[in-house]
Design a binder for this molecule. Structure first.
Ligand code: NAP
Length: 282
């Protein structure tokens, strides 16, 4: 039997802290959420981000553009938001429709308002460990480990997946916390031989049942970042939860693990940005 890393509950305590800090400091953090086109998944994500903000006393403003608005119009909106002192965080919901360069759009966001931490300036700052923001998903994983007193120092952490938004920053954050880190990806032969060495295993791939019990060292901490749908349309991760749960010491559920932590981290980043803006003016 393992201990469930209850991201839903931990995220609620983080949201409470954010709410209290907004109340007591009198800060008035503002998040701009930019959505382009009619992607139904993006609409769900944007609505939940706005709801989270409302629950914590963070102002959110939505900027909805039609898919055919064009890159120039989108860049003009971002430019306007960059110059608004009452907006502390700018989030452009990805993916963008065809015809938009995501890189160009992300690089147009002022780095000090880039609460997703996707701007190259922020990516670089994470590399050297001197950052203003951390990307929400890997930061959420770190906050969850911290909450349960799981210290990566000296541990062998295996991260499966090397995307720019999850796998790579996750590996870097674990490295900054003095873990020995191995990154695996689609060209890694004999994945199980490596995952079996992990004291802390982070799966961030997007493949149902990729990680089975025989690939996990007994007593390992297993963090499942993925959000997949199984053959019945049910939300699930990369980890075969019923098989792995008895082998692991700690494990995240899907849903209710990393997902709520990701959402909570966006609120923390927006609050941090509002605080930094005050400090700059002081
Ligand atoms: P991604 O950009 O598609 O990256 C997937 C990574 O998995 C790639 O590095 C790929 O390797 C690797 N991979 C693919 N097949 C593999 C295999 N058989 N063995 C080992 N590695 C393999 O995905 P992402 O954006 O990082 O997201 C990963 C998962 O996390 C998805 O399920 C996504 O929905 C989920 N997610 C969840 C949250 C959350 O809040 N919980 C946030 C973001 C993402 P190559 O680089 O070699 O192609």
């Amino acid at each position: 039997m393992s201990i469930i890393l209850d991201g839903k509950a931990v995220a609620e305590t983080i949201k409470d802290t954010v709410r209290k800090e907004v109340e007591t400091t009198g800060l008035n953090p503002g998040l701009a959420v930019v959505i382009v086109g009619e992607n139904p998944a993006s609409r769900i994500y944007v609505n939940s981000k706005k709801k989270d903000c409302a629950e914590c006393g963070i102002r959110s403003e939505e900027f909805a553009l039609t898919a055919d608005a064009g890159e120039e119009k989108l860049l003009a909106v971002i430019n306007e938001l960059n110059n608004r002192p009452d907006i502390h965080g700018i989030l452009v919901q990805l993916p963008l429709p065809k015809g938009y360069s995501e890189q160009k759009v992300i690089q147009a966001i002022a780095p000090e308002k880039d609460v997703d931490a996707f701007h190259l300036m922020n990516v670089g700052r994470i590399m050297v460990g001197d950052y203003a923001f951390l990307p929400c998903t890997p930061a959420g994983v770190m906050a969850l480990l911290d909450h349960y007193g799981i210290d990566p120092q000296g541990k062998h952490c295996v991260v499966v997946g090397r995307s720019d938004i999850v796998g790579k920053p996750q590996a870097m954050m674990l490295l900054h916390r003095h873990a020995t880190v191995t990154i695996c990806h689609s060209r890694t032969p004999d994945l199980g031989a490596i995952t079996r060495q992990a004291d802390i295993l982070v799966a961030a791939v997007g493949k149902v049942n990729l990680i089975t019990a025989d690939m996990v060292k007994p007593g390992a901490v297993v963090v499942d970042v993925a959000m997949n749908r199984d053959e019945n349309g049910k939300l699930c991760g990369d980890v075969d939860f019923p098989g792995v749960e008895p082998v692991a010491s700690y494990i995240t559920p899907v849903p209710g693990g990393v997902g709520p932590m990701t959402r909570a981290m966006l609120l923390c980043n927006t609050l941090a940005s509002a605080k930094a803006a005050i400090d700059l003016r002081a």
